[in-house]
Design a protein around this ligand. Structure first.
Ligand SMILES: [Zn+2]
Ligand SMILES: [Zn+2]
Length: 386
């Protein structure tokens, strides 16, 4: 089974879990997000699997080497939630992997609301202020009710283990599945996947805090099949994969070097999440050429003094960091309740200052799809309101 097929099966299984969970709400209708089209299905018996399968095959046919990367904003409020913004949480899905960054109060309901599912293997906490972690206890408990067996890893800044342990055990007893708590310091590789790493990033929030950067490895160059077949006369077969994998092959009495048919290595994507922070050098370094930087943008410039006092950033400061880093796209989050009716003020400051490709103020339910740098696919924003 190829890696792609394995991931596909994992995704199907995950979808069933999501749907299973949805037996709990009253029987009604729910929608399954199938890419460009939203298909409505009724009743808890619908799994959405067929619909999902066909769009998945279509996707693979159109973009054979494309690994999806989707970011969902589950909570975008500052320290206090509002009726439209939940406290901080953000889910990154990369193929079958689901990484949760921060877990503010009510995060599990947001996962249901925006239909992301909540089968997460890694939780990355930026810091231990309540608005970033108070949803963790509830989520851990729900996994327990679901008889989860797979382990979950919780990563948090060095020196916060005791607080994380309290959050895990506060509801009386530890979960029955394994919970691993790791302590991280800026610069650490927190998660080492075969295709990417998650690294801890230095931020400035006047408490034990880190940001996180998901950095994909370089990918092999494109294989020039036409040249291999027509110019060099190599028939399709195992020699193709050898060459693509970097091994020279013998053909027609001569040695063919991989460089003859394989293009230069292609860069991966880079995603950076700051959590709460003042503008800082560590983020500028980590977000160099980032495909998406998600930065604290709590205030507008008029309240910059307040931003300094509380160790947050203004929209303009976030844009300046992104500009210096050369980030392609910037989303600001952690929006103060004082802009409940006037988020446009943040938006206009951001648009005035950010010089990259796309800047936006995240809303709860905003989903962003991040394409590879050389891809024909577009950066997409979708908003899942109610
Ligand atoms: Zn906060
Ligand atoms: Zn904070």
């Amino acid at each position: 089974m190829t890696l792609l097929e394995e991931n596909f099966l994992r995704e199907i299984r995950r979808n069933s879990e999501v749907t299973d969970y949805m037996r709990y709400p009253p029987i009604g209708t729910f929608s399954v997000d199938c890419g460009p089209e939203r298909v409505r299905r009724s009743g808890p018996e619908s799994t959405g699997q067929n619909c999902h399968a066909s769009s998945r095959h279509e996707f693979i046919a159109r973009f054979p080497n494309e690994q999806t990367m989707r970011v969902t904003f589950l909570g975008t409020s500052g320290a206090i939630p509002s009726t439209t913004r939940n406290p901080s949480a953000l889910l990154v899905e990369r193929e079958g992997d689901r990484l949760l960054f921060d877990c503010g109060e009510g995060t599990q309901r947001q996962m249901m609301r925006f239909r992301t599912g909540f089968d997460v293997e890694h939780v990355f906490l930026s810091h231990l202020h309540g608005d970033h972690v108070l949803g963790l206890t509830g989520l851990l408990q729900t996994w327990d009710f679901h008889e989860r067996e797979r382990p979950v890893a919780i990563h948090s800044p060095a020196g916060t283990r005791g607080q994380v342990e309290q959050l895990v055990s506060v509801s009386g007893g530890r979960p029955t599945y394994p919970v691993r708590i790791t302590q991280v310091t800026a610069g650490d590789v927190v998660l080492n996947h075969e295709e990417y790493e998650v690294r801890a990033v230095a931020v400035d929030h006047r408490t034990r805090a880190v940001g996180y950067a998901l950095v994909e490895d370089e990918r092999r160059g494109r294989f020039d099949r036409e040249k291999a077949e027509q110019e060099l006369g190599i028939p399709p077969g195992p020699k193709y994969s050898k060459l693509h994998g970097g091994t020279p092959v013998e053909h027609d009495g001569r040695t063919i070097q991989p460089e003859e048919v394989v293009g230069p290595a292609r860069p991966g994507r880079r995603f950076v999440y700051t959590g709460d922070t003042r503008p800082t050098e560590g983020v500028i370094e980590a977000a160099e050429d980032a495909d998406l930087l998600v930065h604290d943008g709590t205030f507008i410039e008029e309240h910059s003094e307040r931003a300094r006092q509380t160790a947050h950033s203004t929209a303009r400061e976030a844009a300046t960091v992104a500009n210096e880093a050369g980030a392609k796209r910037l989303a600001i989050t952690h929006i103060s309740t004082r802009y409940s009716g006037s988020a446009w003020r943040l938006e206009s400051e951001l648009q005035e200052s950010f010089t990259g490709e796309r800047g936006l103020v995240a809303e709860d339910g905003t989903q962003l799809k991040i394409p590879y740098p050389e891809s024909d696919r577009e950066f997409e924003r979708t908003d899942h309101g109610e």
